[in-house]
Design a protein around this ligand. Structure first.
Ligand code: NAG
Ligand code: NAG
Ligand code: NAG
Ligand code: NAG
Ligand code: NAG
Ligand code: NAG
Ligand code: NAG
Ligand code: NAG
Length: 890
């Protein structure tokens, strides 16, 4: 068995530096023989050091699509196995909530060890020193809510005290066992960890099935659980596995389980709550064990195990299962080879489907095969991107590839597992949440996996068709809580503008977004929008809104308002494209409603931390809450930023901004940043303000609303400052350590760093990408094959190349640019670049230049006629007052 043990969080850190092998131009393109020779050199060079999977690597090299060929490439590089730059443990501490276990791209099966880490184990595993509670097969990565899924955990004892199964610990309250420090290791498609009870657990997955290999030392165990210092009785070697019906958040209501000793199979099901939404979901499993003869089997309730009955369910007096831990167990004879394989199929449809999934996907129980196939799936997935990393640190490369990897873990592909309705459409779940993912993750998928993004859009539309509204957040077949606007509108408009087609019913899509804009649902806490009557009549959501059409938390009036305005603007772009001209005009106008929140007299007031004096920064004009009669209410401009009461702005906490301050939301008008700049006092004043935002600590990169403001300098003609801030945040806040994400990942943090490192950032919902220099000498993105009509054409790439590349990352300012050899002065590009391919060459230098600075170089803004002073409706006096109501800086 290979030893894959590494220090937690740094599996590659101590690895030797790779030696780039560059060939001069003139090498015959696509010379298989040469490529193979290079590959062999690379293999020989790397194998001893990097513990590559030989079989998998050869498979990749021989059968994966040609990664080296390019119409634009000057030289060929050897294929580097980029999997070695993926460290799934990044973001498993410090609130990143990343799932580090084994998963396929968008995979439903996600196997990992679950740790008892309060408030941190949203994705199961945390890099800390809390006990391990079990190994479970489904998770959500990077979320901010309660722990998701984690149903049906397995747990192995190497034997039981006095060889008595009843003396083993069963319940989740009792069985927690410490890990061997430093034993956790994660690589793509694989996770392992050693527990102090002497059991080693390894896991890998297919689409709907987890495969575990539990290894034992092969002798009786003395002194298990020695970490608490108390000697324990010797445990004779006779492994016992338990399968618990609990989930991570302990929400099970119904459930049932049955063990079949003759076939070493356990099947079961349960009903659970979603982690950030309403309702229940059902889940099923089918577990088979191989490698040892069955000795005894039975069931348990809490910590009480018995040999009879062999099944439990929620009905029937004798077999009643309370909530909490309950399940089945099997005790084995000594395994033939000191390990036992556990194959666990999961399904949301039925036990039969779970068993079929397992039998179809892993008929042979061959761990290495499953692992190699998982690795190959990821290699294929990531082969659309190719970087020349000459001179770039391993650390930065690891940040890059790991971020890309994380942004492909979710939404999860539950196609074929939807029990809610019959449909031939794809079904994706774990849109968790679109408020987070519309800004970077979905735009990233649109470029690197348009086929998947297309299926996701179709899934969203199918949800609309069957449930009446698009989701803003969804997990485990349940409606999730809406954080702000109905931001699926932006995802759908973005897909429309970028010409995703392939089965998307655009008429249905249009109906879906119009429904968001026009029809308020009864419970707008989980779908659609609230306060729509006011939105239509006044153009803002009043603080004292009298909403008779639906219910939801009457909070977040500013943040919902500016998001509704942007949603409406995106709808107008779609309306325009679909020929609904009158609608286009209507929604374009509504897109201007963000201005209704603009209080040009509002000062930035704060309290001196020492003497309590009220101070002001000099910035004036902020988005503020408004009353129905038009007068402004007050929320301190800094409240809910990291420097003032950061955690006071959730959907149920009553304030007018969500997870951020008025300072932050005052930058959110991507449809008309030019007007915003005007309101803020012009280019220079805007730049001062945006700089202050980043420097003062008001910006918080751990949440997605700060993504665009990092690059927003482009709109004031200062693209160099966007590059400056991208480099300030990477690697300082996005790096390759277990702590390396500033907030919970949401799949979005990884997408943010991937974009920033590649040198462009999307203005989601518009056909705009803001340009900054890549952190690599060159990046290439393969043009999607679907856009190449008719005959098979050679691979095309969209290439971004840096002239004067500076490995020290000091020359980070674009001096000049060419696109396909022609001078290019816009500081932004459109999606056509990724659809047609081409070469964008950026010459960089140590100082900001005039490149991309003039009015006509800037990204588009869409003006709306607006009354002088920037207000609609009546205003009252005294709107710049200081109201300490929400200000307890102290
Ligand atoms: C984990 O267990 C395996 C198998 O028992 C052993 O080879 C390995 O050295 C252990 N690793 C650590 C870090 O304890
Ligand atoms: C354990 O379960 C068995 C069977 O359900 C029951 O007879 C027994 O009383 C339980 N023991 C305890 C301690 O709860
Ligand atoms: C789906 O169709 C099957 C076969 O017609 C039917 O048995 C099942 O109830 C349907 N399921 C749903 C959720 O409508
Ligand atoms: C999702 O799963 C379905 C069914 O297995 C498959 O056909 C489809 O290609 C998958 N989509 C992606 C993006 O992997
Ligand atoms: C989408 O298609 C339209 C019509 O063919 C075309 O004008 C537009 O440039 C395309 N957009 C992109 C982003 O390729
Ligand atoms: C609000 O409810 C009224 C009365 O049912 C209805 O006529 C109107 O269309 C609703 N408005 C919205 C925006 O949903
Ligand atoms: C890595 O990122 C984390 C999270 O943002 C940060 O706390 C830490 O200081 C960074 N580490 C380094 C070495 O920059
Ligand atoms: C608007 O309403 C608020 C709250 O009801 C009130 O305090 C204020 O005086 C009103 N302003 C005007 C101009 O009527």
């Amino acid at each position: 068995m290979r030893d894959r043990m590494r220090t937690e969080g740094s599996p590659y850190r101590k690895a030797a530096k790779m030696v780039p092998v560059h060939l001069r131009s003139g090498v015959p393109r696509r010379s298989r023989a040469l490529l193979f020779a290079i590959i062999c050199v690379v293999l020989i060079f790397f194998l001893p050091r990097f513990d590559l999977n030989l079989g998998g690597t050869l498979m990749f090299l021989l059968f994966s699509p040609d990664v080296a060929g390019s119409t634009y490439q000057e030289y060929q590089r050897p294929a580097v196995d980029i999997l070695r730059f993926i460290d799934p443990l990044i973001g498993t501490a410090n609130g990143g909530h990343v799932f580090p276990g084994a998963s396929l791209p968008y995979g439903m099966a996600k196997a990992v060890a679950d740790t008892q880490s309060p408030a941190e184990n949203a994705a199961g595993y945390v890099s800390d020193d809390n006990p391990i509670l079990g190994f479970s097969h489904m998770h959500d990565s990077g979320t901010g809510g309660n722990p998701s899924l984690g149903n049906f955990p397995l747990f192995f004892h190497p034997g039981c005290p006095d060889d008595d199964f009843a003396k083993c610990d069963y319940s989740v309250m009792h069985r927690g066992t410490y890990r061997v420090p430093g034993s956790a290791f994660a690589s793509v498609g694989y996770f392992n960890i050693n527990l102090t009870n002497s059991v080693r657990a390894e896991m890998t997955v297919t689409e709907h099935t987890a495969l575990y290999r539990f290894s034992f030392p092969g002798t009786s165990i003395v002194n298990t659980g020695a970490e608490d210092g108390k000697p324990k009785p010797a445990v004779p070697y006779s492994p016992l596995v338990l399968v618990d019906l609990v989930d991570l958040a302990n929400t099970r209501s119904l459930g049932g389980i049955q063990v079949y000793p003759e076939s070493a199979r356990v099947i079961g099901e349960g009903q659970y709550n979603p982690s950030f939404g309403s309702g229940h979901y059902q889940a099923f499993f089918c577990a088979d064990f191989k490698g040892a003869a069955v000795r005894k089997a039975g069931t348990f309730i809490t910590n009480n195990a018995t040999e009879e009955p062999k099944f439990l369910d929620t009905v029937g007096a004798n077999h009643y299962i309370p909530t909490g831990s309950a399940g089945a167990w099997i005790q084995f004879e000594r395994p033939e080879q000191n390990f036992i394989l556990a194959r666990v199929g999961v399904s949301f449809i039925s036990v039969d489907k779970a068993c079929q999934n397992a039998e179809r996907e892993i008929p042979d129980f061959r761990f290495e095969r499953v692992e190699a196939e998982a690795q190959n799936a990821w290699r294929k997935q990531l082969s659309v991107i190719d970087v020349d990393a000459t001179g770039v640190s391993e650390e930065l490369q690891t940040t890059f590839w790991s971020g890309l990897y994380r942004s492909l873990l979710s939404p999860q592909n539950y196609t074929g597992e939807n029990y809610l309705w019959n449909s031939t459409e794809p079904y994706f779940d774990s849109f968790y949440c679109i408020w987070d993912s519309f800004r970077a993750q979905h735009p990233l998928l649109t470029i690197i996996d348009p086929a998947a993004q297309t299926q996701m859009v179709r899934a969203l539309l199918d949800i609309y068709k069957h449930e009446g509204k698009l989701p803003d957040c969804r997990m485990s077949f349940c409606q999730g809580y809406t954080q702000g606007g109905s931001n699926a509108d932006i995802v759908i408009a973005d897909a429309f503008l970028k010409n995703l087609t392939d089965g998307i019913d655009w008429d249905l899509a249009y109906k879906a977004v119009i429904s968001d804009a026009e029809v308020e649902p009864h419970d707008w806490g989980v779908a659609g929008r609230g306060g729509l009557v006011s939105w239509h009549e006044l153009g803002w959501i009043p603080w004292n809104d009298d909403d008779k059409n639906g219910t939801g938390h009457l909070s977040r009036t500013i943040s919902r308002g500016v998001e509704y305005a942007y949603d409406d603007f995106c709808i107008s772009l779609m309306a325009q494209g679909l020929g609904h001209t009158a609608d286009a005009q209507k929604y374009y106008q509504r897109g201007g409603n963000w201005r209704n929140y603009w209080n040009d007299k509002q000062k930035d007031l704060y309290r001196d931390k020492k003497n309590g004096d009220i101070l002001q920064s000099g910035f004036e004009g902020f988005m503020q809450p408004r009353m129905a009669n038009g007068s402004f209410k007050y929320q301190n401009t800094r409240t809910c930023s990291p420097i003032q009461n950061q955690h006071s702005c959730y959907y149920d906490t009553g304030l007018d901004t969500y997870e951020g301050s008025p300072w932050l939301y005052s930058f959110f008008a991507p449809q008309d940043t030019a007007a915003l700049i005007g309101l803020m006092g012009g280019d220079d004043r805007f730049v001062e303000r945006l700089t202050f935002f980043h420097e003062s600590g008001i910006a918080y990169l751990g949440n997605e609303q700060s993504f665009l403001p990092t690059f927003q300098f482009h709109y004031a003609g200062r693209p160099g400052l966007s590059s400056y801030w991208a480099h300030r945040y990477i690697p300082r806040q996005f790096n390759a350590t277990v702590n390396g994400i500033p907030g919970n990942d949401d799949g979005a943090m990884g997408a943010f760093s991937a974009f920033a490192l590649m040198g462009f950032f999307p203005v989601a919902g518009q056909n705009v990408y803001l340009l900054t220099p890549p952190f690599f000498p060159q990046i290439r993105i393969r043009v999607p094959v679907t856009t190449i009509k008719g005959k098979k054409e050679p691979d095309k790439w969209a290439v971004i190349r840096v002239r004067n590349f500076d490995p020290e990352q000091k020359a980070i300012y674009i001096q000049s640019a060419t696109l396909n050899g022609k001078k290019y002065t816009n500081n932004w590009i459109t999606h056509e670049f990724f659809l047609k391919g081409g070469v964008l060459e950026l010459r960089v230098g140590l100082e900001e230049s005039t490149w991309g600075t003039s009015e006509q170089d800037r990204p588009p803004s869409y003006p709306v006629d607006w009354p002088e002073g920037g207000h609609k409706g009546r205003l009252d006096a005294g709107r710049d007052r200081y109201d300490p109501e929400f200000d307890d800086v102290g």
